[in-house]
Design a protein. Sequence first.
Length: 240
Amino acid sequence: MTAMDDHDDDHGHDHDDDHGDDHGHDHDGDGGHDEDPAAFWEARYAGGQQWSGRPNALLVDAVGDLAPGTALDLGCGEGGDAIWLARRGWRVTAVDIAEGALALGARHAAEAGVADAITWERHDLADSWPDGTFDVVSACYLHSPVALPRGEVLRRAAAAVAPGGHLVVVGHAGAPSWAPPDHPHHTHEFPSPTDVLADLALEPGTWETVWAEEVAVDARGPEGEEGTRPDNVLHLRRRT
């Protein structure tokens, strides 16, 4: 579910602007606008495809070597990550608040020949949640300029990880290299991996940290600018 300004990136709120990146600037989740979240995200996807068709590179790095199982993609946007996982043999539950995004994702999945491997579910994660536990739960660029209780959502995401499973949280860490000085990402304080870990309030001894780092990723601007952008990644494995 996100909104962003880089257009060669993810899918997810920051949604999937590349999903597309993020689509807004109150990136931590509680939102600075009063607009209804469902209406906001439906409007974002009303114009059709907004992403590159590629999966999030940090998710690929985090789970690319894992044996396929079940996966939950939160804020799936148009389905880039879900389709990549399905192509690798995963059974995916892809969740978004926007029916338009889910429809685009289902169409892309059918075109990719993996429609049967993905279940598309509409949830406003502030109010409802998919059933079950999963071997991988991903929350990539789950930032939003409208109301989203991000901390609560991420804690529920951790609770949805099966024993031995993995939680991957990817978010922005700053402005892309091509952004002008007045770009909102220059002044917004994004949560670090340490901040996210603290907010999760996990029971001691039940998780191990696989990867927690700020990294530079390739990013393309709205006018095709080539550059990089700092992102944060937190990858945890549940022991029990």
